[in-house]
Write a protein that binds this ligand. Structure first.
Ligand SMILES: C[S@@+](CC[C@H](N)C(=O)[O-])C[C@H]1O[C@@H](n2cnc3c(N)ncnc32)[C@H](O)[C@@H]1O
Length: 184
């Protein structure tokens, strides 16, 4: 498939690159599907950190990943504190709320921007940030606009930024932003 119509196909396309032995962060772990993907791509010599503000997310994710992996650490913390990690090569944000859980525990423009600002600083050369943004739930329009503006203003001498949208889909399809630190 060349043209994608689901956000996770874009994520999977990015994750086909070689991240073995790298440090990855899942900034919104939810039920841990992305955390698991990150653990798969970094392999046994890599390490994955995860952030979520819901204890349920930490517990659900721990259940899935602990069967097979031990090279991870999950924080019950806002991703505003992403700089607890000094440097990394790959970060994923799957914004919004976790379907089936408390809809009031959604990501918000202010904290998302604080986190993204810090994420750019801790990203190693050639590192990648994936941001999936949804519309339709409470506060989502404000977050989408803030994220879009943030992306537009990232210094092009330091980072490449790509915006992927499913142009003919109805009902607010997600937008996926890809950031790559150019480096040496
Ligand atoms: C769309 S879900 C993530 C889905 C997840 N990646 C998965 O694979 O299941 C968004 C998650 O962001 C979390 N969240 C909301 N605000 C947050 C914050 N400030 N820091 C970290 N996580 C946050 C929510 O609790 C929710 O679990």
């Amino acid at each position: 498939m060349i043209v994608k119509d689901k956000y996770f196909q874009i994520v999977d396309e990015v994750l086909k690159n070689d991240f073995s032995g790298k440090i990855a962060i899942d900034a919104t772990i939810g039920n841990g599907h992305d955390t698991l993907k990150l653990l798969e791509v970094v392999g046994e010599n890599g390490f994955v950190y995860g952030f979520d503000i819901q204890e349920m997310a930490i517990n659900n994710t721990e259940k899935i990943i602990s069967k097979k992996y031990n090279n991870y650490k999950l924080f019950l913390e806002s991703h505003e504190n992403i700089d607890l990690i000094e440097s990394c090569d790959l970060i994923i944000y799957n914004l919004g709320y976790l379907p089936g859980s408390d809809k009031n525990k959604m990501t918000l423009a202010k904290s998302t921007l604080i986190s993204l600002g810090k994420a750019l600083k801790i990203l190693n050369d050639k590192g990648i940030i994936i941001v999936v943004s949804y519309l339709g739930h409470e506060n989502s329009k404000e977050e989408r606009e803030a994220v879009d503006e943030f992306m537009k203003n990232i210094n092009q001498k330091e980072f490449k930024v790509e915006k992927r949208e499913f142009y003919n889909q109805k009902h607010n399809p997600p937008i996926t932003y890809l950031i790559e630190k150019i480096g040496e």
